[in-house]
Design a protein around this ligand. Structure first.
Ligand code: HEC
Ligand code: HEC
Ligand code: HEC
Ligand code: HEC
Ligand code: HEC
Ligand code: HEC
Ligand code: HEC
Ligand code: HEC
Ligand code: HEC
Ligand code: HEC
Length: 322
């Protein structure tokens, strides 16, 4: 938390009691960086009322809707508006000087703004001061943290309903930085994301850097099994790539081929099974008139016979045909 006591005040009191050289050197370094007038900048005003005069409902810079959100109405002592905190300035930092114009007519900025006028690390530090709990445990070191994505890029704390917590609005937030994913989810075959029946956080935890690709589970397959449990097996006859990684054949976001497949059969299978046996027959079109050959090319192609491509429990299912 930002402390109300100014470093100068602390210095005066403590220095009298404790004339230690090391202490003076330490604080001296702080002084050296502080420009003249920083004292005025660093003052808190006396609570939200001071801000609402200008930021009330109906004004262009209205900020009242925060009082409709869990953060605004929470009576927990952790709330920004709890006794002993600084209301709006718990997040926006000491902003007293912002309340009046300077001689040249300009208005000093609040201590912290959640846009490009304040470095991302400083913004996120404010939020993490209260949210350093299990939800955010694996945030440090996560891709989003390292790429300096601000909490406020996904969260809107002044909106009555934070879009990050809404299935459709959340996706729009993500798509603003991940446009390719948007186009994938609009392909012919996709998870029902665009209908709001599923959303990104069914598979991803945007805070959790512990897992590959910020997935909700530690790897791709465990993430898929959470809804497609029947694909986990165990199978008498496993198909090696299935237990290895579903995305060897499927694109989790969407595809122009059926069943989210990366490729259509037989090409899908021939990426790995091209050279040997009848497996390469699918390439030869000169025999396409032959009704036996057509079984390799038409309909579900290889799956016409190898229907159990995810694994088989049939005693003679070794070739995944039953
Ligand atoms: C006398 C009117 C007035 C008061 C009081 C006031 N503000 Fe502002 N505030 C403004 C205006 C006007 C803007 C629009 C930007 C500008 O003109 O500087 C603004 C902008 C802001 C912004 C956006 C800054 C940005 O550039 O992104 C924040 C945050 C803010 N105010 C917070 C506060 C807080 C917190 C308080 C209470 C300590 C407060 N304001 C009190 C008038 C006021
Ligand atoms: C002074 C402490 C404090 C600070 C600072 C703070 N929060 Fe919160 N936040 C809370 C409390 C308290 C709640 C309500 C949770 C509860 O009561 O369960 C909350 C709830 C939330 C929620 C859940 C909202 C919902 O609708 O369920 C989100 C998201 C959130 N905060 C994001 C942020 C972000 C982003 C920042 C930084 C801009 C931030 N918080 C700064 C204390 C804080
Ligand atoms: C890349 C987007 C993104 C970023 C960046 C992000 N969040 Fe979130 N956050 C989300 C989404 C999406 C959810 C909803 C999770 C869900 O539905 O399972 C969420 C949920 C939350 C919640 C509510 C948890 C709950 O279930 O009540 C809090 C609190 C929160 N985030 C705080 C933060 C803080 C603090 C930061 C910055 C340090 C941050 N978030 C950064 C996307 C993000
Ligand atoms: C929990 C932290 C938090 C608290 C408390 C808070 N703000 Fe904000 N404020 C933000 C964030 C984050 C943004 C960036 C936009 C957003 O997330 O909605 C913001 C944006 C703003 C803006 C810019 C306009 C806008 O909506 O984008 C103004 C003005 C503002 N806040 C004023 C206030 C005032 C006045 C209060 C007290 C009533 C207040 N804020 C309380 C975090 C906070
Ligand atoms: C402000 C921009 C921004 C927003 C908003 C955003 N991301 Fe990201 N995200 C990034 C950046 C930058 C990277 C790293 C480079 C990349 O992979 O594109 C990234 C990477 C990722 C990755 C790959 C992680 C890895 O370790 O390979 C996933 C998954 C992801 N984001 C999901 C989401 C989801 C889900 C949301 C919405 C809740 C979201 N992102 C919102 C900027 C953003
Ligand atoms: C059904 C699960 C699932 C859903 C839903 C999902 N993803 Fe993914 N996503 C994955 C998997 C698995 C990977 C990593 C494997 C890969 O490379 O395809 C991934 C990778 C990513 C990546 C990094 C690699 C890349 O493709 O750029 C981003 C960014 C991403 N997802 C964003 C999103 C966003 C945004 C949403 C919501 C619109 C979303 N995902 C919904 C499973 C999912
Ligand atoms: C949160 C639950 C959930 C998770 C996690 C999930 N799926 Fe799905 N999956 C669904 C739903 C719902 C459908 C649509 C079923 C329908 O339309 O009948 C579906 C459909 C599919 C389909 C069939 C699409 C079609 O057009 O026939 C495939 C393939 C698929 N998922 C693969 C995956 C893979 C691979 C993963 C892991 C990256 C995964 N799923 C993770 C819920 C999930
Ligand atoms: C070797 C390629 C391959 C791999 C790896 C693979 N699949 Fe499939 N999957 C297919 C094919 C081919 C189809 C279409 C089957 C058909 O046409 O009958 C399919 C269809 C599906 C379907 C929809 C039809 C059904 O059977 O329910 C789901 C769901 C599915 N796969 C989930 C998964 C999951 C989960 C994984 C990882 C555990 C996975 N797949 C790994 C090739 C694969
Ligand atoms: C990513 C590579 C990959 C893809 C794609 C793939 N397979 Fe396989 N498949 C393998 C591996 C590895 C084995 C195990 C080979 C072994 O044990 O010698 C295997 C085994 C098999 C077997 C059993 C072979 C035996 O030894 O009896 C059949 C049948 C089979 N695959 C059919 C298919 C079909 C049909 C497709 C397309 C839907 C497909 N495969 C796609 C890698 C792949
Ligand atoms: C007309 C039915 C049929 C079609 C279509 C078919 N297979 Fe087979 N496949 C079989 C049968 C039956 C076996 C077991 C034959 C044996 O044991 O000699 C087999 C065996 C295999 C094997 C095990 C190793 C081998 O070569 O004997 C692989 C790999 C394989 N098929 C891949 C494919 C691929 C890839 C396709 C699509 C290009 C395909 N199959 C299309 C019926 C078919």
């Amino acid at each position: 938390m930002v402390d109300g006591n100014s470093p100068r005040g602390q210095l005066r009191h403590t220095a009298i009691l404790l004339f230690s050289i090391s202490f003076l050197t330490m604080v001296g370094a702080v002084f050296a960086d502080e420009p003249e007038g920083a004292m005025v900048q660093a003052e808190y005003s006396k609570g939200a009322n001071q801000c609402m005069a200008c930021h009330r409902e109906g004004r262009e810079e209205a900020a009242h809707e925060i009082f409709l959100t869990p953060m605004g109405i929470s009576d927990s002592e952790n709330s920004p508006f709890a006794d002993g905190r600084h209301d709006c300035e718990t997040c926006h930092g000491p902003s007293n000087s912002h309340r009046s114009r300077q001689e040249d007519g300009s208005r000093p900025l609040p201590g912290i703004t959640f846009n490009n006028k304040t470095p991302v690390a400083a913004q996120n530090e404010i939020c993490m001061a209260c949210h350093d709990d299990s939800t955010m445990m694996h945030w440090p070191g996560s891709t989003h943290e390292e790429e300096e994505v601000a909490c406020a890029s996904c969260h809107e704390v002044h909106a009555p309903r934070d879009p990050a917590l809404d299935k459709l609005a959340q996706q729009e937030k993500c798509f603003s930085c991940h446009p390719r994913t948007r186009s994938e989810t609009f392909r012919a075959s996709s998870h029902p994301l665009r209908f709001g029946e599923m959303t990104c956080t069914d598979c991803h935890n945007p805070h959790n850097g512990n897992n590959d690709f910020l997935l909700v589970n530690s790897n791709v397959n465990d993430t898929c099994y959470s809804c497609h449990a029947e694909k986990r097996g165990p199978f008498l006859w496993e198909h090696a790539p299935v237990s290895e990684d579903c995305t060897l054949c499927h694109n989790a976001h969407g595809s122009n081929h059926g069943a989210l497949l990366n490729q259509r059969s037989p090409l899908l299978c021939q990426q790995c099974h091209a050279p040997g046996g009848h497996a390469s027959t699918g390439y030869t079109t000169d025999l396409a008139e032959d009704s036996f050959q057509q079984r390799f090319m038409l309909g579900r192609s290889c799956s016409n016979c190898h229907a159990q491509v995810h694994g088989s429990n049939h005693p003679s299912g070794v070739s995944l045909t039953r």
